[in-house]
Design a protein around this ligand. Structure first.
Ligand SMILES: Cc1cc2nc3c(=O)[nH]c(=O)nc-3n(C[C@H](O)[C@H](O)[C@H](O)COP(=O)(O)OP(=O)(O)OC[C@H]3O[C@@H](n4cnc5c(N)ncnc54)[C@H](O)[C@@H]3O)c2cc1C
Length: 405
């Protein structure tokens, strides 16, 4: 089989890889994304993008396509102990993960193409890279972007290792909630915070995707915790037994399909500074879904890589380690990674801390939401408030955003 040539091979066509291919195709850079699935299959992952994520997406040129395929939440009610403390102007777009990735794939055109195959080997060096696929193809390129998500095979072949920094860090639960009242739920979208650290759950968020209301529940229970089986068998009763204050807000509802439950390990990679290859998204490191920073990390990684670094790298000969290092050392990427890590551990301790100080922090946040809600009711409508704006780690990301300029 003859050797194909291109400038950039992207191994993996999930969120990171498909977005990268769409951006490079629009920029006129020859690129090929390789993935075994011609259509990204249904998968329980990120199911909405918040305001900061949509703003990063604006920088990629793909925001309009995602907006067309997703559902705006219009307004989000924030509640705890059965009380609505704030009604925020909506800034979230609900979208199932497969729809999100397939929307990105639909934007792959121009000088970028899609190849259905599995990458089986990568030989990387400071000049050209060779990729072998499951279909027997050999492709030569100046750069390989590794966007293979949680899959370890390709990283191991490159000699990149994985260090788990928090095993079973959090648990993500997803289901559709169908209201008993034919008029629907009273809220456009709702975020309900845990009532006690003993719940070992951080919050539930309900938001529209098309005509359905999707529920994402995030917490810190072991996968074999019997509570999870109870939740799967009787979602409404189990939820209301834990958070009685949620019942008056949601009322009767049914769950038509299987409740999806996924544990997440937090890991970082080591030995990734190599010539000819660059790792992005979950292939570089995971984030905590409860903190909602996974998609943000992917979007920041790919935006910086495709808007800034790849065009610079291709402008001069060679693809040595020093070129690739500029991406990992990018201050915007570093701020995004640091924010993601801080938020993953910060939210966990905020939720589980049984000390008086922990209780005071949770009450402080409750009062802060109440204050914002009251101010918003009193004054004229304001610009949307972002989830990141009211937490203690937001300054790190703000610093990153200013470094973009
Ligand atoms: C349960 C769950 C809930 C989440 N919820 C949120 C949330 O609410 N908010 C948020 O911001 N983030 C959330 N995240 C995180 C976010 O979804 C991920 O960070 C993001 O999807 C990672 O995208 P990716 O492109 O790196 O990986 P993926 O989308 O997994 O893509 C990897 C791709 O690589 C392909 N591939 C693998 N091996 C090969 C190979 N050898 N050759 C070719 N292709 C290959 C796969 O087929 C796949 O298409 C959640 C994650 C999980 C697990």
């Amino acid at each position: 089989m003859p050797m194909h040539n291109t400038d950039v091979i992207i191994a993996g066509g999930g969120l990171a890889g498909s977005l990268a291919a769409a951006m490079l195709g629009r920029a006129g850079i020859r690129a090929m994304v390789i993935d075994p699935h011609p259509v990204y299959p249904p998968d329980f992952r990120c199911e909405k993008l918040d305001g900061p994520q949509m703003r990063t997406l604006e920088l990629t040129g793909l925001a309009d396509a995602v907006r067309r395929a997703s559902t705006a939440d219009r307004e989000c009610w924030m509640a705890r102990f059965g009380r609505i403390v704030e009604k925020r102007p909506g800034d979230q777009q609900g979208i199932m993960y497969d729809t999100l990735v397939n929307t990105m794939r639909g934007e792959v055109s121009g000088s970028a193409s899609f190849l259905q195959a599995k990458v089986t080997d990568i030989a990387a060096g400071p000049e050209r890279q060779t990729v072998k696929t499951s279909t027997g193809a050999e492709i030569s390129a100046r750069l390989v972007v590794v966007a293979t998500g949680l899959n370890v095979g390709i990283r191991e072949k490159l000699g990149v290792t994985r260090e788990i920094v928090s095993a079973g860090h959090s648990i993500s639960i997803g289901f559709d909630a169908v209201p008993g009242d034919p008029r629907g739920f009273p809220f456009p979208a709702l975020t309900y915070f845990a009532e006690s650290p003993a719940d070992r759950m951080a919050y539930i968020t309900l938001f529209p995707i098309g005509a359905a209301i999707r529920a994402n529940l995030f917490g810190y229970r072991h996968l074999h915790d019997p509570w999870l089986k109870q939740l799967r068998d009787a979602p409404r009763e189990t939820l209301y037994a834990m958070w009685p204050g949620l019942r008056p807000l949601m009322g009767e509802f049914t769950v038509p399909e299987f409740v999806k439950i996924r544990p997440v390990d937090l890991y970082v990679t080591e030995g990734y500074r190599r010539p000819g290859v660059v790792l992005v998204g979950d292939a570089f490191g995971t984030s905590c879904p409860a903190a909602g920073t996974g998609a943000r990390k992917v979007l920041v990684d790919v935006e910086r890589l495709c808007n800034v670094h790849i065009p610079r790298w291709l402008a001069t000969p060679g693809m040595g380690e020093e070129k690739i290092a500029a991406f990992y050392d990018d201050p915007v990427k570093q701020a995004s990674d640091a924010y993601s890590t801080a938020k993953a551990f910060g939210l966990r301790s905020f939720t589980l801390d049984t000390s008086l100080a922990g209780a005071a922090r949770r009450w402080g946040k409750f009062v802060l939401h109440w204050g914002k809600g009251t101010t918003r009711r009193v004054h004229a409508p304001q610009a949307p408030v972002n989830v990141a704006d009211d937490d203690e780690h937001a300054p790190a990301l703000a610093r990153g955003a200013s470094a973009r300029k």
